[in-house]
Design a protein. Structure first.
Length: 247
């Protein structure tokens, strides 16, 4: 069972509202994209959902229980959180970081060697963090996050530093994880979000302005309004994927 509730969540900072009375329920496995312009509150929302930031009002719940009430070990087993920026305190080898991820919970195929192989990272196992490229770091962090197949995966702009092939590979892995886990990912690439996600949460200035399927989002004008653009929406010839361009 997996249910995530965001119940009347508000977050403020020095008189500014970062999140304004946000409510939604995510029930069951699936891929949810969080979209919105820079500064809309996407990362703040993800941190609240992860239980890393206490809201000023309202609460986030996993399976009906407010996140602060989850014991640390159960929390680590239940939720994999992939932050926008990550820097380990020590210069670990990639294999050590995978081992830390794999150690969060007992899972049949989560031995570090197996996870490295599953994510095509075996050749990088002995490479120190400081020697990894930005894209390699992102791939190591994704593998560490997904190592134990957590019920809830929260990913903040997971493909930001990846080339097009690895970005697609990452989204396919998240998509595949979302058949049994609830994946919530902050995304900036509208095309890819509409193609991979089952549901979209659209934020604007800390408010939730749309919560719907990609098709319903495209049918309305919320994207144009929020991004201040006239987006051209073209359905590809296979009638499956949308391509978005500037109108
Ligand atoms: N600790 C903080 N102190 C002050 N302002 C903050 C703090 N954290 C976030 N903010 C502000 O809150 C707003 C929302 O930030 P957040 O990082 O959640 O936005 P975002 O939608 O993820 O943006 P981006 O797409 O640029 O990553 C921004 O205006 C940001 O400057």
């Amino acid at each position: 069972m997996i249910a995530v509730d965001c119940a009347s969540v508000s977050v403020g900072r020095k008189g500014t509202s970062l999140l304004r009375d946000i409510s939604f329920r995510l029930n069951g496995a699936g891929f949810v994209g969080v979209l919105g312009p820079n500064g809309a509150g996407k990362s703040t929302l993800l941190r609240v959902l992860a239980g890393l930031r206490a809201p000023d009002a309202g609460e986030a719940r996993w399976n009906g229980l407010a996140t602060p009430r989850w014991p640390a070990r159960k929390r680590a087993a239940f939720c994999g959180y992939l932050p926008q920026q990550f820097a380990p305190a020590w210069d670990y080898e990639a294999g050590d970081i995978i081992a830390l991820g794999a150690g969060r919970a007992s899972a049949g195929d989560a031995s570090p060697g197996h996870v490295l192989a599953r994510f095509g990272l075996t050749a990088l196992a002995r490479r120190r963090w400081s020697m990894l490229s930005g894209g390699e770091r992102a791939r190591v962090m994704l593998a560490a996050t997904l190592a134990t197949s957590p019920a809830l995966v929260l990913a903040d702009e997971p493909g930001a530093s990846l080339d097009v092939r690895h970005k697609l590979d990452l989204l396919r892995r998240l998509r595949s994880a979302s058949t049994s886990s609830l994946v919530v990912a902050v995304m900036h690439d509208l095309d890819l979000a509409l193609r991979f996600c089952d549901r979209i949460l659209l934020l604007e200035e800390g408010a939730l302005v749309a919560d719907c399927s990609p098709d319903d989002l495209l049918a309305g004008d919320a994207l144009d309004r929020v991004f201040g653009l006239r987006l051209q929406k073209v359905r590809r010839h296979d009638d499956h994927d949308w391509v978005i361009g500037l109108g």
